[in-house]
Design a protein. Sequence first.
Length: 525
Amino acid sequence: MKEDHNASHLFKGAIILTFAGIISKVLSAGYRIPLQNITGDIGFYIYQQVYPIIGIAFMLSLYGFPAAISKFVSETKVPYTFRAFYMPVTVCLYGINAILYIGLTLNSQYIALWMGDEQLAPSIKMVAFLFLLIPITSLLRGLFQGKQNMAPTAISQVTEQVFRVSGIIVTAILIVHLRKDVYSIGVGAALASIIATSAACVLLVLLWFKYRPKALLTITPIPLTVYFKSIVVYGVFIGVNHMLLLLLQFSDSFTLLPNLMQFGYSDTEAKQWKGIFDRGQPLIQLGTVFGSSLALALIPSVTKKRYDKNPILFHAHIQSALKFSLYLSVGATVGLFLIFPSVNTLLFQNNLGIESLQILSFAIVFTSLGITIATILQGLGYIYITAVFIISGLVTKWLLNSMLVPHFSINGSAVSTVISVLIVLLLNGYKLKKVLDMKRLFNINWNSLGIAILYMSMFLLISNFIFVKWVELDSRIELLLYVMAVAIIGGVLYLFTLIRFRVFTNTELQALPFGELLIGLKKEE
């Protein structure tokens, strides 16, 4: 009974973190649109060049180190004393983060030159300060999660993102209004991130005073090397597992600009086209959140214990998760591909780079499925191998950019992104199939999926033909209303067709809001 209660409590905690993550990712994707509108493609390029470093710090402080600390606390039952817990954990965290801070600070000029733009050096140097703050957030989040209290992590995550988003937008407005150097946006974004992380630190410290665990009197001596391996090494690998799209952007920061210049663009043109290519990142991120996070939220937490206890039921849950992920991500990909011309004009005020953005939309399917499968593998204990698969994707992206961009401009980078995430998906899929010894991972009704895609595509194409040929949309408000209308109707039509043609079981539909109503939509056999 106690075990069931703990499992239920853990599942609720996982749901809290999942939805906090969704809110955070929506905010993270959404603010890039006004940022590009305010600063233009050059300003957007500058921000996107330094963003991967900000993102890496964010992922380590939110997912990597806290998860490692939580695991260490729950497995070793270490007493919460200064000598046995707080001091060694702090020493380990500050040890690795101080190295990152010093490395970025001293080599900011070289890193900027490697990126192909030495004016980025001040922004990189400012970003480095983040690594001096994340040990505090990591320690406290890990401590709370080790006690199965997920609320502080969720609240601090959303708070941090709200501060960061607000700070970056305000900074962009001030820079444009005061006619400051556009490269100030990089420094401003770094400063906004530092303020946001500081706010999260203050909030977590206040919550620690309220919920801090009582220190035990006995002290079990644990070597510092055990702390380092358990927290730093494991934490870095956990963090990498959440960085697939981020690391691909990291690769673009170093390889895209020089290769665009090799294609034939001038320095300014290359920066502009890098900014245009980066327009696809928030949309791919939103599509991936839609295709993976919701699917994982609908199944119980994946653990080796659950698999050993009832492998048949576990297989059914895995197939359900992959089914939701594939159906949702395919719908998002096809829909976005078809309305991308209107979306590009609506969000970014022109239709530049449409081919690369449409190619990039295919990454939604592969990324969503890859993240879903990787999360399942991680739940089964395969942390290191999934991180290696992501590093393989990064290397692939780096090499393909160097091969394709000089010949095909940003279209080459889009293709390299799609191929890279496909390789990560195939590696994860092969590993999961081997681990679970399943004949097939996907239980998909391909005929019904094809019909749903056909219905949605016909609606979107006819709508686009009518509005482009016969209706003149003079303002962004009118275009916004049009895009929202066709996106909502197209999405509802797609999901209705899938449900109507019985691609989901009653059990799967009951897990959704208004499950009984959705079951009533199914076509009778």
